[in-house]
Design a binder for this molecule. Structure first.
Ligand SMILES: [Zn+2]
Length: 299
């Protein structure tokens, strides 16, 4: 009887798989870029390169969303060739008789950080990934909470500027339109920041640390938007902790300081007095560890 779980993290830019032991440690892993066509072939090949001839006790899948956790299908925004793709069933066909669970990558990131990272010891938390987009997921009462379809906790689409810019979701003024790396860079350019064509959030952070005012203001705006959204989510879900990861969060206090300031202003209810914000600890592994945690209880 094996105690290893296979975790798969399907994203818009990369596909990762890992064998995870009962303590949440990655035993073996592999990753490939997400191809623009035929992503299933890449998924099957990364899985086989990780599993080799090991037996697995279960499979947990984290996928870029939206997902339909009830039907087991995924429709990742950045992978147009997959609409309602039956990812759970397709993976299950490779592992007959083994439990296979699917959740959004935001839920898995939160669950991974809750199990092995910055969320350890908490019971009601939200996890955020502030990167090329802004994703998130909830752990409530110590368990992943996906909601009706598996997409709950998508904090990047809380509206912080009702008259703001159009969002990838079809709405307007979401956190993502202010705080995602590309949107921060675009805002800074519009405000007059002179930067190379390939400037990204890391360069923006370096410029802010070097004292440039416009990049500093970009992080100020992003942190405020993230903090406002966390305050709203915390008030609704009675949260004690927000864990923030992703490339933009690598900027550290440039982002976290305005987040905390926004919470001081906007998380005023007495039951939010202890609300904490912490930096994620697992980096890119959080989704894999969380995907493994999805099946940990069932195997
Ligand atoms: Zn949106």
């Amino acid at each position: 009887m094996t105690d290893l779980v296979l975790a798969l993290d399907f994203g818009g830019t990369k596909i990762a798989a890992a064998l995870v032991d009962p303590f949440g440690s990655v035993v073996r892993s592999a990753r490939v870029p997400t191809p623009s066509s035929n992503p299933w072939d890449a998924v099957a090949s990364v899985i086989s390169s990780v599993v080799q001839d090991s037996a697995v006790a279960g499979v947990g899948i984290a996928s870029a969303g939206p997902v339909d956790a009830v039907a087991g299908t995924v429709s990742p925004i950045n992978v147009p060739s997959w609409r309602a793709f039956p990812l759970r069933e397709s993976v299950a066909s490779l592992f007959p008789g083994v439990p296979v669970e699917l959740a959004g990558d935001g839920v898995c990131m939160a669950l991974g950080e809750h199990w092995r990272g910055a969320g350890q010891g908490s019971t009601f938390m939200v996890g955020l990934v502030v990167s090329t987009g802004v994703g998130g997921g909830l752990v409530l009462d110590g368990r992943p909470f996906g909601g009706r379809t598996g997409n709950a906790g998508h904090i990047g689409h809380i509206v912080v500027e009702p008259d703001g810019l159009p969002c990838t979701c079809g709405g307007r003024g979401c956190v993502e339109t202010v705080a995602s790396g590309p949107r921060m860079v675009a805002w800074a350019r519009r405000a007059g920041w002179r930067a190379p064509d390939d400037a990204d959030a890391a360069l923006l952070a370096a410029a802010a640390l070097a004292g440039e005012e416009i990049p500093q203001e970009a992080f100020e705006r992003a942190g405020r938007a993230v903090g406002v959204a966390i305050a709203g989510a915390a008030a609704v879900c009675d949260l004690e902790l927000a864990v923030i990861g992703g490339g933009v969060a690598q900027a550290g206090e440039l982002l976290f300081e305005p987040v905390r300031r926004a919470l001081k202003t906007h998380a005023g209810l007495s039951y939010l007095g202890g609300l904490e914000v912490r930096a994620a600890e697992l980096g890119g592994e959080a989704g894999l560890v969380g995907a493994a945690a999805l099946v940990r209880q069932t195997v």
